[in-house]
Design a protein around this ligand. Structure first.
Ligand SMILES: CC(C)(COP(=O)(O)OP(=O)(O)OC[C@H]1O[C@@H](n2cnc3c(N)ncnc32)[C@H](O)[C@@H]1OP(=O)(O)O)[C@@H](O)C(=O)NCCC(=O)NCCS
Length: 204
């Protein structure tokens, strides 16, 4: 289900949806575009391109789920849910990154909402999020989702009680995934079938 957010007061052209394994490169390119400060805020320390390349490769393995804000086929924001690899996972870890020019337009909030729904549907009752103490944006965003923030010298941990799954949360995610998967299938079809072949095949 495409839910439009707002970018600087205008209807946003992009969509927030789950990112699939076949779209890993979009996630990798998003991470590589992050500037040094954002990388530090996202990972808690300075990280180089090689680290991000490797991170993007391993994120889509067992136990990881990625939602993204995609505009014109480019990922401009991402949220990751990690920790699903335990047989019965009750806790998960959330992390967010939105490219600077796309901030303050509701994307982080929308990604947060999707992650909470996904966590609920997987039986995760507690979601953890860690950020640097000076990261006012992430702290405020987490507070909007009723996170209990526990402050330390080096970092701040946010704990969010997600609640259990309901028929609505399950339907919400199912519709979301169905639409996201259809979009992916279409873009793969376009990539593999140049438009003139596609047009000819459709006419046949
Ligand atoms: C934190 C981050 C994901 C927020 O993304 P965003 O798309 O700008 O967030 P939204 O536009 O949805 O903002 C939601 C709320 O967060 C808070 N917020 C966002 N940016 C803020 C800022 N610069 N200062 C204070 N509060 C801020 C506000 O409460 C805002 O609600 P409002 O606009 O109604 O006031 C983004 O700033 C980011 O990617 N930062 C770098 C990476 C990072 O810090 N990750 C966190 C560690 S995992």
């Amino acid at each position: 289900m495409t839910r439009l957010t707002k970018v600087r007061g205008q209807a946003n052209r992009g969509e927030v949806r789950r990112l699939w394994l076949a779209e890993r490169d979009l996630f990798r390119e998003h991470l590589l575009r992050l500037d040094p400060l954002t990388r530090q805020q996202r990972f808690g320390t300075a990280v180089n391109d090689a680290f991000l390349e490797n991170y993007a490769t391993t994120t889509f393995g067992v136990g990881g789920l990625v939602y993204a804000y995609i505009e014109d086929g480019v990922v401009r924001g991402a949220a990751e849910l990690r920790g699903l690899d335990d047989i019965v996972a009750q806790t998960g870890e959330a992390a967010f990154s939105v490219e600077t020019d796309w901030r303050r337009s509701g994307i982080g909030g929308e990604l947060f909402g999707r992650l909470i729904t996904a966590a609920r549907n997987r039986g995760i009752r507690t979601l953890y999020m860690t950020c640097l103490p000076q990261n006012a944006a992430m702290r405020r965003l987490a507070q909007k989702y009723a996170a209990d923030l526990v402050g330390g010298y080096a970092d701040v941990e946010g704990v969010i009680a997600t609640g259990g799954p309901t028929p609505f949360t399950i339907l919400d995610e199912a519709l979301d995934n169905a639409q996201g998967f259809a979009t992916l299938a279409l873009s793969l079809q376009k990539a593999f079938w140049p438009s003139r072949f596609l047009a000819r095949a459709l006419r046949a």
